[in-house]
Design a protein around this ligand. Structure first.
Ligand SMILES: Cc1ncc(COP(=O)(O)O)c(C=O)c1O
Length: 483
């Protein structure tokens, strides 16, 4: 058997392994109309592309409201719920943020721009948490002047900056300190608990009368998808509150557990799944849904754990702050895209198709599992495709292997769960960025218009005079290149 035949054989075996999970359309509240066309929020999706051009981000407003309500609910058996502050960086589309704020969700901001945006959107300063590993003096001054609810200091290096700006203003901002739990990754974030640096940082901050030290903050820089993962954060955080009480006499008002809760339908693609997809055309399996904590389970486990801890010590339960990003918005958006052209089959038996959406608007797709659906399938039978974006680079391979009904140029596809880290990581790499619309009860609303070519050069100083008429021919070279 030569190399080619072996590859064919192994590819057949890889593709014959049954898929472990298939997400039904109801996972996202999707339906198909009588003609087989996909609908969301009561709106047929094919028609949307006619109206707003492809590609197009589509927000499901009901699901956004639903996710906000789920985060705001008090779990059964718990005295009080948590306080969610949406992580602005995850999807900073003003209308998305406004919708969340309307439901009662606060703002977690991590840059001067995000702080400005939250204030500009009218978020009450007390409903803003200001994180960031790089706080500028201007932004800190603004946060202090406006009375932001909590400024989480990234580490010891920020104590003097915030204290001095507070003193100059005769204000006493409420601050927390970001810590790294044992075994956690620190990088540029937080102070480690196990080295003693976190305790020293609290001691130092408490010694500054200008600071009202009320909070303990941690965000694990990864994903929490299981009860064990949650325990690995909560247990050391609670143990550390004990040390703060014992050694510094500090009773905390706020425990801020950051973000990190996973979206059940999205997962980082393991290297093995990627290799199988690229080499043998085997479509990756999604993560089993039961493997991921729901928002309800996460809240119930976290809040009851903190409540039990407080009761056992006879103290009031601290306020629980959360900074959900992906768990709040991942599954609220989809990206519609059209097939631009279909090419031939390759050695692995997969047909290549080029889409009008690529890494420029779907940066996470090559390394995360994102379900893909045909908007109006031509048949029930499927074949294997490799789907690339439109950019002039080999790196624009979105789906190395996916089973889809036969495709032709013009067909529409829906990339699911694009509500976290898609819009803010989209670029104008060769193409202008798409519009964003929301769908709800059969209604469509434009949240952001599509970028125009003029937008792309709006900040540029174009050298005068602008060329009005295209040249018919280029002038003869002034330099003879043969010498
Ligand atoms: C401090 C902080 N909080 C919250 C989040 C949101 O994280 P996630 O999307 O994992 O929920 C992030 C994201 O990086 C973050 O840095």
């Amino acid at each position: 058997m030569n190399r080619q035949d072996l590859k064919h054989f192994l590819g057949g075996v890889a593709r014959a392994i049954p898929r472990t999970t298939r997400w039904p359309l109801s996972t996202w509240g999707l339906t198909r109309n009588a003609g087989g066309e996909l609908k969301r929020g009561g709106v047929a999706l094919g028609g949307l592309l006619e109206r707003y051009r492809s590609p197009l981000y589509v927000l499901d407003q009901a699901r956004l409201d639903g996710n906000a309500a789920r985060f705001l609910a008090t779990p059964p058996g718990c005295a009080r719920g948590a306080e969610p502050y949406y992580s602005y960086k995850t999807n900073p589309v003003p209308r998305v943020l406004q919708r969340l704020h309307l439901q009662g969700v606060g703002a977690e901001v991590a840059s001067p721009y995000e702080l400005w945006l939250a204030l500009e959107l009218g978020v009450p300063p007390s409903a803003i948490v200001f994180d960031a590993p790089a706080k500028t003096p201007d932004a800190v001054a603004l946060a202090i002047d406006r009375g932001v609810g909590l400024i989480n200091l990234n580490g010891r290096g920020e104590i003097a900056l915030v204290a001095e700006l507070a003193r100059a203003r005769h204000k006493r901002p409420r601050v927390g300190l970001r810590v790294v739990v044992p075994g956690g990754r620190a990088g540029q974030f937080g102070e480690r608990i196990e080295t003693g640096a976190a305790l020293e940082a609290f001691r130092e901050a408490r010694a500054r009368p200008e600071l009202d030290v009320v909070g303990l903050h941690s965000h694990v820089n990864g994903e929490i998808s299981t009860s064990a993962g949650l325990e690995a954060l909560v247990t050391p955080m609670l143990a550390f509150t004990e040390r703060l009480r014992r050694e510094l006499g500090l009773e905390l008002e706020v425990l801020d557990f950051g973000g990190n809760l996973a979206c059940p339908t999205v997962a980082r693609l393991p290297a093995r799944a990627l290799r199988l997809a690229v080499t043998f055309g085997r479509e990756p399996d999604p993560r089993p849904p039961e493997a991921v904590l729901t928002i309800e389970d996460y809240l119930a486990q976290l809040i009851s754990r903190v409540e039990r801890h407080a009761t056992a010590r006879g103290v009031a339960r601290p306020r629980i702050f959360l900074e959900p990003g992906r768990a709040m918005t991942s599954d609220t958006m989809m990206l519609l895209t059209r097939v631009l052209s279909v090419r031939g089959r390759d050695d692995a038996g997969a047909t290549w198709a080029i889409l009008d959406a690529g890494i420029n608007v779907a940066e996470p797709v090559p390394h995360e599992y994102h379900h893909l659906l045909a908007v109006a399938p031509r048949s029930a039978e499927t074949q294997r495709y490799r789907l690339t974006g439109p950019s002039c680079t080999m790196g624009d391979l979105l789906y190395p292997a996916w089973e889809l009904p036969e495709l032709a140029a013009g067909d529409a596809l829906a990339i699911m769960d694009t509500g976290a880290y898609f819009v803010p990581l989209s670029t104008c790499f060769s193409f202008a960025r798409p519009a964003i619309v929301s769908v709800h009860d059969g209604q469509v609303e434009e949240l952001r218009r599509a970028e125009t070519f003029e937008d792309l050069v709006a900040r540029d100083q174009l050298a005068p005079p602008r060329v009005k008429e295209p040249r018919r021919s280029w002038p003869a070279a002034r330099v003879d290149l043969r010498h």
